[in-house]
Design a protein around this ligand. Structure first.
Ligand SMILES: [Ca+2]
Length: 297
């Protein structure tokens, strides 16, 4: 996709301001009237050294069709409209970015999880991930890199799946198959005998090909926290946001947040765009991290 817009900060601010003035077109383009720039899906932006990809407003079918191999019953399809475009992290948040924005890592590093500036952050709970978003927002407002009408957050499940699919209606962003040539998971590839080698540990972010909108590692590497509470039924409709609505209760009467995207410990079928998991928000694990979005307030 076009990466024609530079990451030069004043231009970035201009683009964000322009985006905030737009209505939702039906195609994958964010049109701005007159001679002003046009934001295209996959256009890039960099804030505080963190690369982001543009996800235009649009409609999509969230979840999986009944005939998709290995689907689960909490993936029944719904139609979703996202009326406003948003920026999504090109990569999972890295350990280096965490150190720069927050300081001390939130949890221990492990041998399998990996250590290094470009490895994804993990062993982070939901509140800590949100605190990162809040601090990054403060820094970006102060530096002028982000308009005050925008802020960083975790993606809703709808935003996550929209960015993962990048226009694809297939089981994965790469078609109805996925292998270790395309994503970091272990175990059987999905719907293919294609090879590749499972690392059986984390990889540096961006070690695998991006999807059509330039976003990397939506399939595999670390699972990613979403903003929403987990609801058995997918939220459909306009700008679905279940971050304030507690959903399906766990057996022990607790509630879970949603997490998406599979990890280096998972089989290939878990990499499907529609695959969903839950996790109690105060817990942490060495294969669960997050990625950010920038959205209008
Ligand atoms: Ca991931």
């Amino acid at each position: 996709m076009s990466n024609g817009h530079s990451t030069w900060a004043p231009k970035v601010l201009l683009l964000i301001c322009l985006a905030s003035q737009c209505n939702a077109p039906k195609n994958n383009r964010q049109q701005v009237s007159g001679t002003t720039p046009v934001l295209l899906a996959g256009d890039t932006l960099e804030v505080n050294g963190i690369k982001l990809c543009w996800c235009p407003p649009g409609n999509f079918i969230m979840g999986s069709p009944r005939n998709e191999a290995d689907r689960r019953p909490d993936e029944d399809q719904v139609e979703v409209t996202l009326t406003r475009g948003f920026w999504v992290g090109k990569y999972e948040v890295t350990q280096g970015q965490w150190k720069r924005v927050i300081g001390k890592l939130p949890g221990p590093l492990t041998a399998d999880g990996g250590a290094g500036e470009n490895f994804p952050l993990y062993n982070v709970n939901y509140a800590e991930a949100l605190a990162f978003c809040q601090r990054l927002t403060e820094l970006a407002h102060t530096s002028g890199e982000l308009s005050k009408e925008w802020h960083f957050l975790l993606p809703t499940e709808a935003q996550w799946e929209y960015a993962c699919r990048a226009g694809a209606t297939t089981a994965t962003a790469f078609g109805n198959t996925i292998s270790n040539l395309q994503a970091n998971f272990q175990g059987k590839p999905y719907n293919t005998n294609e090879g590749g080698t499972a690392l059986k540990r984390d990889a540096e972010v961006g070690s695998y090909p991006p999807n059509a909108w330039g976003v990397c590692d939506m399939h595999g590497n670390v699972v990613e926290w979403c903003l929403d509470w987990y609801h058995w039924k997918l939220p459909g409709g306009k700008d679905a946001d279940l971050s304030e609505v507690k959903g399906t209760m766990n057996r022990d009467s607790t509630f879970s947040r949603s997490r998406r995207g599979s990890a280096w410990v998972d089989d290939g079928w878990v990499c499907r765009c529609a695959f969903r998991q839950r996790f109690e928000p105060d817990r942490r694990y060495d294969h669960i991290g997050f990625r950010i979005v920038a959205v209008q307030k």
